[in-house]
Ligand binder design. Structure first.
Ligand code: PLP
Length: 454
């Protein structure tokens, strides 16, 4: 196949750019048919956590293909499905009891919304249906998940179709929505939840949904100390489920099994996806706490929700192999240790640049703030597309990062980059990545200065 195709029948995300054609992928690298090699510092979309083309997973998939690839989850179960649920529960926080399978992150969050609503019905509180979520969040691209999403530019074209789901402020100390400083702020962002619950009416609110560490829309924005514990208290006070979207952060990305494990908080429902299939299969899941399961067991006994492809044995077998490979090779610990190493290299290689305001990380999830002025943290004009330009330069020079994020400060302004490499990335590969990224930021900063001095 040609390296890039000018005429295609694929409805691409961008109809104005050429896509390289993948030839093969291995470890932290993707190779295209024109002989180019890319270091994959985003793991696709934070997916290929254990690295590309692990033979262990390939073999497990071949084994399962020979036995059975598909049975309908409402008619049969399989060893692969049962083993996978056992494995996930063994990694999940204390008290998590059952796992619902689906085909990706959006389906997992859609499922959280429905399970949370049905839970309230089963628990005898049928007036509770609203899902409160946060600005500067991303939960998927379906109508319901976009309704709880909080990235204005992605919501806008579909605004008339979205459901009424109240939003509260994000917890983001670098760009505090209240202009305050922790701990003097007294967690004003958490109190925004309680205030909103009161305004909406506690009897109408079923759940609060949040990314414990924000991924795509605020690039590894970490919760302030005490934030998640306060959220847990508020949810309990009003019989509201605390639902954590760990589609990016779940299963090792932050150097622990789940992001909530860093903060000693146990949610009622958790969504996972990306690192679960590791890029070998599309799969998502909702992990439910025993409190939620009990309400279903003592209520109707049935979950009014399913997907045709929810529990395919071939998919579950692959995900089982991905998790076994990660655990046997201690890759989550590696994400913690090597994440610190990469963070040091990024800080050393980038923080002296005038446009780099902050480098932060948890495990193998990194956020880099790009600012016009380090002192007042003011933002580049969104129309300049600073972060997108950096990401484009990197791609052209053999390094993949996600397309830049605009709007991290207030939904409109604020530029940042997200890095989320495979956990198997080596120190040598990190050095290569830092060097390309440094050149990219210098090139785009120079272009900005040039435009603004003329
Ligand atoms: C936190 C979070 N939730 C949900 C999703 C949606 O997942 P998917 O693209 O698999 O539907 C994403 C995707 O980036 C995500 O980061």
């Amino acid at each position: 196949m040609e390296a890039s195709r000018l005429k295609s029948h694929v409805f691409y995300g961008s109809l104005k750019k050429e896509y390289p054609v993948v030839s093969h992928a291995e470890g932290s690298y993707i190779f295209s048919t024109d002989g180019k090699k890319y270091i994959d510092c985003s793991a696709g979309a934070a997916v290929s956590n254990i690295g590309h083309s692990a033979e262990f997973v390939q073999n497990a998939m071949i084994e399962q293909i020979k036995k059975a690839t598909y049975v309908y989850g409402s008619q049969f179960t399989s060893e692969a499905r049962e083993d996978l649920a056992d494995r996930i529960i063994s990694l999940a926080p204390e008290g998590m009891e059952r796992v619902f399978f689906c085909s990706g992150g959006g389906e997992a969050v859609e499922s959280i919304i429905k399970i949370a609503r049905q839970y309230q019905v089963e628990a005898g509180r049928p007036s509770k249906y609203k899902i409160i979520s946060r600005w500067q969040s991303y939960h998927g691209n379906t109508i319901a998940t976009m309704s709880v999403g909080g990235r204005p530019s992605w919501r806008k074209p579909f605004e008339p179709l979205l459901l009424h789901m109240p939003h509260v402020a994000q917890c983001n100390c670098y760009h505090c929505p209240f202009g305050l400083k922790h701990p003097d702020c007294n967690l004003a962002c958490a109190e925004d939840l309680e205030r909103t619950i009161k305004y909406e009416g506690p009897e109408t609110v079923a759940a609060f949904l949040l990314e414990p560490i924000i991924g795509t829309t605020a690039t590894c924005s970490l919760p302030a100390e005490g934030y998640l514990k306060r959220i847990r208290e508020i949810c309990d006070k009003y019989d509201i489920l605390m639902c954590c979207d760990e589609v990016i952060t779940g299963l090792g990305r932050t150097g622990k099994n789940f992001a909530v494990d860093h903060y000693g908080v146990v949610p009622d429902l958790i969504s996972v996806a990306k690192g679960l299939g590791g890029g070998y299969v599309p799969i998502g899941a909702v992990i439910a706490h025993q409190k939620v399961v009990k309400a279903f067991e003592e209520g109707s006994g049935s979950l009014v929700h399913s997907f045709t492809f929810g529990s395919m044995p071939i998919v579950c077998a692959a995900a089982n192999a991905v998790l076994k490979y990660a655990v046997d090779n201690k890759l989550y610990d590696r994400a913690a240790e090597m994440g610190d190493v990469f963070a040091e290299k990024l800080k050393k290689g980038l923080l002296d640049l005038w446009a780099v305001g902050e480098v932060r990380h948890k495990g193998m999830l990194f956020g880099i703030e790009l600012v016009k002025n380090k002192e007042d943290r003011s933002s580049f004009p969104p129309a300049f597309h600073f972060s997108d330009k950096v990401s484009k330069y990197c791609f052209e020079n053999g390094m993949i990062i996600l397309s830049g994020v605009t709007g991290v400060r207030d939904g409109v302004e604020g530029e940042a980059l997200q890095l989320s490499p495979p956990f198997v990335i080596t120190e040598e590969e990190m050095d290569e990545a830092v060097s390309i990224l440094r050149n990219a930021i210098i090139t785009v900063s120079d272009e900005y200065m040039h435009q603004n001095n003329n």
